[in-house]
Design a protein around this ligand. Structure first.
Ligand SMILES: O=C(O)C1=C[C@@H](OP(=O)(O)O)[C@@H](O)[C@H](O)C1
Ligand SMILES: C=C(OP(=O)(O)O)C(=O)O
Length: 409
């Protein structure tokens, strides 16, 4: 295997930059993602007076827009897919209510859809001499915290957030602060306390980096390719704001060496894998599916921790992995509440059909197995959420895809 694969621009960076630019008033954004989550965010921000915002299946759109629309005093409704209506939002709603937003649940308390009824003037919560303070739990989704931080500079006293519980996805919080600072916000990350000064954003330009979560599928491809194989991935930076750059370190255990070349290029080279390792995914939950599949396929015994948030993403990703890995002879076994073990017995790829559960990452995590044998991925269009060109890029490096129903082998 040799070649170059284009990764999309980071949807996490894109969606933050879009919200911050909307608050800043202007600024040029380059290399925005073609992911549906980003295209959707862009469209919705262009219709600020809509009576209904449909965030579809995009967590960042649902959470970031809720904070943005609530704090800019809109009277509107926010909804999403059936799955979005099962993804919790109470922590964010209660924090926004403390800041003076009037928000009601339209169906199930604690879940979308939401009705926004405007905002009482001035925050309802006590402002200290310096900051308006909120205490927010960090163990359900970091997106609530990012959503609150981004509106922080617009509040008369700024915002101080005290985080409680085990904070997951922390690099996404750091990415939010980094982008805010890029747009002139003054913020401090004190670990369990985050502070944002009341100071208007400055219109600024920003070029979005490639998406490291999407890059993980190319790492998987190289991990399953013969020793000596190479792939080059443009638009990825050595000094990234994305926590999923951790894929470079994790994949070293699975036989992929990373070289950071000049001009924002990364070159992946297949080497020999290790035998076993333990990996905590608290900071990088979106990499878990990629690693579970490659570990099972290569027979590397991986112990995975920090998977709590996987149950409330596009699907219950733990259940989905368990069902789909079993079709190949792989297993993801719960050792205890916090710890899962990947194993495999006679792992074989011979024409199985992988269900995708409305989850783009299920499709992309299993697709690289085609290096070991033919397989069918159900509902391939699901990748549009984050990586619409995924199948085309796979074909470019030599995979064959066929949109007809599964042949019998
Ligand atoms: O802020 C973001 O851009 C994201 C944060 C993470 O979610 P959680 O904070 O819910 O873990 C991640 O899984 C998601 O894909 C994108
Ligand atoms: C969890 C994800 O996205 P979101 O929470 O933004 O829907 C993801 O892209 O894997």
């Amino acid at each position: 295997m040799r070649g170059t694969a284009q990764v999309p621009a980071s949807k996490s960076e894109s969606n933050r930059a879009l919200i911050i630019r909307a608050l800043a008033g202007s600024g040029e954004l380059h290399n925005l993602s073609d992911a549906n989550d980003t295209q959707l965010m862009q469209r919705l921000l262009q219709q600020p007076d809509a009576a209904l915002f449909d965030a579809e299946d995009a967590g960042t759109v649902m959470r970031f827009l809720t904070a943005y629309l609530a704090m800019t005093g809109r009277q509107t409704e926010l909804t999403g897919t059936a799955r979005m209506k099962e993804r919790p939002i109470r922590v964010l709603v209660e924090a926004l209510q403390e800041l003076g937003a009037r928000i009601e649940y339209r169906e199930e308390p604690g879940y979308p859809p939401l009705r926004l009824l405007g905002r009482t003037p001035g925050p309802a919560t006590e402002a200290t001499a310096d900051f308006t303070e909120l205490t927010v739990r960090g163990d359900i989704s970091s997106q609530y915290i990012s959503a609150l931080l981004m509106v922080g500079p617009t509040l008369p006293h700024g915002l101080r957030i005290r985080l409680t519980g085990k904070v997951g996805s922390r690099p996404y919080i750091r990415m939010t602060l980094a982008l805010m600072q890029h747009f002139g916000a003054v913020c401090r990350d004190l670990g369990e306390v985050l502070e944002v000064r009341p100071q208007a954003y400055e219109p600024t330009n920003y070029t979005v980096e490639g998406d490291w979560s999407a890059a993980s599928y190319w790492y998987a491809v190289v991990a399953l390719a013969p020793v000596g194989s190479h792939l080059t991935l443009p638009t990825l930076r050595r000094y990234s704001w994305q926590g999923d750059q951790a894929i470079a370190g994790i994949m070293a255990h699975l036989g992929v060496h990373t070289d950071f070349l000049a001009d924002e290029q990364v070159r992946l080279t297949k080497t020999a894998p290790g035998k076993e390792f333990t990996q905590d995914f608290t900071d990088c939950p979106d990499l878990a599916q990629t690693i579970a599949v490659v570990a099972a396929a290569t027979g590397v015994a991986v112990v995975m921790t920090g998977l709590e948030s996987l149950r409330i993403k596009e699907t219950d990703r733990i259940a989905a992995l368990q069902i789909e890995l079993a079709k190949f002879g792989g297993a993801l076994t719960e050792v205890d509440d916090e710890c899962f073990r990947v194993s495999a017995e006679n792992f074989r790829v011979n024409g199985q059909t992988v269900a995708t559960y409305h989850d783009h990452r299920m499709a992309m995590a299993f697709a690289p197995l085609a290096l070991l044998g033919p397989l069918t991925i159900e509902d391939p269009k699901v990748v549009r959420k984050s990586y619409p060109q995924f199948w085309r890029e796979l074909e470019k490096v030599g995979f064959t895809t066929d949109p007809t129903p599964a042949p019998v082998f």
